[in-house]
Ligand binder design. Structure first.
Ligand code: NAD
Length: 479
């Protein structure tokens, strides 16, 4: 039975198992990162909840996998329509749980809803390899079974949808596991999804640190789509290997931006700082190190520092704020460690750093002028608003330095000489490479990482394929 109209209450957050809201004896809560105040209670799932969800998912798979693709696509479209009336509620909830400014939260909700509609347009038709008098050979894309979507805390609305939509379109069932830091949008989304999908097709479980490992180890689960850090991604893969589950891993990044000497300094600096500090730097595809040509370095640094000093930092609910707090205390403390060894002169450049006198996990956007090339800030993923600036003069040298990392998520080149920019871009080892922009994604183009930034991809036909098994069907025409 579908969940009734009581859905609209954005204060009650439960698991969804087999089409019904499901509570647990023990609960926990997230923290509003702008105020430090507790958000509502959410379930701490037990192993019994996991067993119940997996059983319901397996049962639902039997029929959902047989539903024609056009009907499954229509269910996604109807779900998108069903979310629209709640877009504002979701945006407010997203700011409350994640911290991002309301305007960006609104944008994330719209991106998520659009992603449902974009995915509904995709399909993986059978491929006929041979059709002769004697036989027909068909390559088919068949659903895998019960999937799990494990989601981080930086985009808790859109990343849930990025897992759910391709999973169910291709005929799988899915259990969503939101981050314990930001469980609210994910739980509410799945609760609303019950109006559009049969029981067991889309479920959600929230919990503590043991929930993810229970799911990745469970023999009834066939596919894990994971977005999170590279460290956790390796644990997920190790655990999934015991049952040879399929995995898609969308992991961390250390995106380099290479700035050539012919750019319009003011305009490029503004864009680059936006792509570095958006979501307080907590984006897998945020610019995380800049290589600026030495001929323009001082001017570029001055323009970037001027822009950065004017970035408005505050609670996501305040008018005109560009940067909210860090999402949680763990990340706040982690980002602070990247300031170790930073001098007062370096901090002064952008009035960077933090102010402990206020509640909330706020760190002001900070540029660090030429840290050591082998420093932690220049080499490890900071995932926060502190950005190292380095210089270059030789093209092959800067390409080698940009590639000298185990990460390979995104990278960009900034130049008005498109030949030079394309030449550099083609040599960068990353899943997404841009010229004169960064972070741009298209629903038709695969998004994934090279090296330790991931395995497999999301978005487009390539992302859809990750939710399927390949089957070669040989039909010989006479027995
Ligand atoms: P995280 O790896 O700590 O957690 C991600 C999710 O994994 C959470 O839901 C968490 O509860 C769960 N988890 C933790 N341990 C687990 C285990 N042993 N088994 C199964 N699940 C487990 O990451 P985070 O701190 O939430 O997110 C930040 C990281 O995510 C950054 O490194 C960022 O670059 C990356 N990220 C990548 C992408 C991408 O698409 N490539 C997008 C967003 C974020």
């Amino acid at each position: 039975m579908a969940i009734p109209e009581q859905f609209a209450v954005f204060e009650d957050f439960q698991n969804t198992i087999n089409g019904r809201k499901s509570s647990t004896a023990e609960t926990r809560h997230g923290i509003n990162p702008a105020t430090g105040k507790p958000n509502p209670e959410v379930p701490i799932s037990t192993e019994t909840d996991v067993e119940n969800a997996v059983a319901a998912s397996q049962e639902a798979f039997k029929t959902w996998s047989e539903v024609p693709l056009s009907e499954r696509a229509n269910a996604l479209r109807a779900f998108a329509d069903g979310l629209e009336p709640y877009a504002e509620d979701f945006a407010k909830l997203l700011t409350q749980e994640q911290g991002k400014p309301l305007s960006f939260a609104t944008g994330e909700v719209q991106i998520g809803i659009k992603s449902l509609r974009d995915t509904a347009e995709l399909s993986l038709p059978d491929e006929i390899i041979e059709e002769s008098d004697a036989r027909k050979i068909v390559v088919r894309y068949t659903p895998i079974g019960v999937g799990v979507g494990i989601v981080p805390w930086n985009f808790p609305f859109s990343l849930n949808i990025q897992k759910l939509a391709p999973a169910v379109l291709t005929g799988n069932t899915i259990i969503i596991k939101p981050s314990p830091f930001t469980p609210y949008c994910g739980l509410k989304l799945v609760e609303l999804a019950q109006r559009f999908f049969p029981p067991g097709v889309v479920q959600a479980l929230s919990g503590g640190d043991n929930l993810g490992p229970w799911l990745t180890a469970h023999p009834g689960i066939e596919k894990i789509s994971f977005t999170g850090s590279s460290v956790t991604g390796k644990k997920v893969m190790e655990s999934a290997s015991k049952t040879l589950k399929r995995v898609t891993l969308e992991l961390g990044g250390k995106d380099a931006a290479i700035v050539c000497k012919d750019v319009n300094i003011e305009a490029a600096a503004a864009k680059l700082m936006t792509y570095g500090f958006i979501n307080s730097g907590q984006v897998c595809l945020a610019i995380k190190r800049l290589y600026v040509h030495e001929d323009i370095y001082e001017k570029f640094l001055a323009a970037a520092a001027k822009f950065t000093k004017n970035i408005n930092v505050g609670a996501g609910t305040d008018e005109g704020v560009f940067m909210g707090p860090l999402q949680n205390s763990m990340q706040y403390e982690k980002v602070k460690t990247f300031f170790e060894g930073v001098t007062p002169e370096q901090l002064n450049l952008t009035n960077g750093g933090w102010d402990e006198s206020k509640p909330g996990y706020f760190i002001r956007p900070t540029i660090i002028d030429r840290p050591a090339e082998d420093s932690r800030l220049a080499t490890a993923e900071q995932f926060g608003p502190i950005l190292p600036f380095l210089t270059w003069k030789d093209e092959s040298d800067v390409i080698a330095r940009a590639n000298a990392t185990r990460m390979g998520l995104g990278a960009s080149v900034w130049s008005n000489d498109l030949d030079q920019a394309a030449r550099i871009a083609s040599k960068l080892q990353a899943g997404s490479v841009w010229v004169n922009t960064h972070m741009e994604l298209d629903p038709r183009a695969p998004f994934g990482g090279h090296k330790e930034s991931g395995i497999g991809c999301e978005l487009g036909i390539h992302g859809l394929k990750g939710w399927t098994n390949l089957q070669s069907l040989y039909l010989n025409k006479s027995a």
